[in-house]
Design a binder for this molecule. Structure first.
Ligand SMILES: C[S@@+](CC[C@H](N)C(=O)[O-])C[C@H]1O[C@@H](n2cnc3c(N)ncnc32)[C@H](O)[C@@H]1O
Length: 281
């Protein structure tokens, strides 16, 4: 079978399975197996596809048709211009989260040493991106999931920032030294309500439910992080959260109740996506 014919057949399988981007996904998976850029598949479309690759390819296409995200099949996802390893069991970094990274980078001082804390590091995408862009930054990062700890450690090593990223297993603040004070606390916590989870696609449901769903209409983690985190912040410290687009005002209120000045920032689709809370004193 030729490359061009394999792509045609694969994208038809994905189309029949109601995958939204059948052509892109069939190209991405073949380009991953052949280690060729996507454009090269088109110029090489009359080349024969080795039998072994053909078998592997249609196995991947079958999994994709079942709803497995492309990133779990290739084991890679780009975030903030950096290639991250991902695996089933860890949340796939989302482009919306790049805004949180961007906003925090803008707020950090140019020269002074800064120590940040991330709650729920997942693949390590947020902390690693911050660390790669700020050499005066040290991050402590926690997660409750062993898989997240393993993958984030691997990403920090690959990106050469492991010496400034202290990764720890912890249920929220439980294992964080009570004497530590941070310049900021950042989190993209689970924020999908139990009700909303039921409406999500089969693709999103391949990701770990513990990384997505939160009680109290999706607000439970913000409540806990703000309530317990305040004493871990320095006097001029701040919180930075990713939020669901309907949660802006509610998270803002939670922060203001604790005496923080807060503002909501929008994403490229003009939807509320980030809330920053600064200490008032
Ligand atoms: C929405 S994901 C964010 C992952 C990553 N930071 C990102 O932006 O892609 C939330 C993360 O919080 C972690 N998590 C859930 N409950 C936690 C808890 N009680 N303590 C610490 N981490 C928790 C999950 O394992 C998951 O990795």
């Amino acid at each position: 079978m030729k490359i061009g014919d394999a792509l045609k057949r694969a994208s038809q399988i994905l189309k029949d399975a109601k995958i939204e981007t059948p052509i892109t996904d069939s190209q991405l998976l073949l380009s991953f197996l052949l280690k060729k850029p996507r454009w090269k598949l088109i110029t090489d479309r009359n080349e024969k596809l080795p039998e072994e690759i053909q078998l592997q390819y249609f196995l991947l296409i079958k999994k994709r048709a079942e709803g497995y995200p492309v990133a779990y099949l290739t084991g890679k996802k780009y975030f903030y211009g950096i290639e991250f390893d991902v695996e089933e069991g860890v949340l796939i970094p989302r482009p919306e989260t790049e805004i949180l990274v961007e906003e925090v980078l803008k707020k950090l001082p140019k020269k002074d040493k800064v120590h940040g804390l991330e709650i729920g590091i997942g693949s390590g995408n947020i902390s690693v991106s911050l660390l790669k862009n700020k050499s005066n930054l040290i991050m402590t990062g926690v997660d409750i999931s062993d898989k997240a700890l393993q993958i984030s450690t691997r990403n920090a090593i690959k990106q050469g920032v492991i010496d400034r990223f202290f990764i720890k297993k912890s249920n929220l603040f439980e294992n964080i030294d009570k004497k530590l004070k941070f310049d900021f606390i950042i989190s993209n916590p689970p924020y999908i309500s139990v009700e909303e989870y039921k409406t999500l696609s089969k693709e999103v449901k391949k990701e770990p439910i513990e990384a997505l769903v939160a009680d109290k209409d999706g607000l439970a983690f913000y409540e806990k992080i703000i309530s317990f985190g305040t004493k871990f912040l320095k006097d001029n410290g701040f919180f930075a959260f990713e939020i669901g687009h309907k949660q802006g005002e509610k998270v803002k209120k939670l922060l203001e109740k604790k005496g923080f000045r807060s503002k909501i920032l929008k994403d490229l689709q003009n939807l509320p996506r980030v809330v920053i809370g600064e200490k008032n004193d």
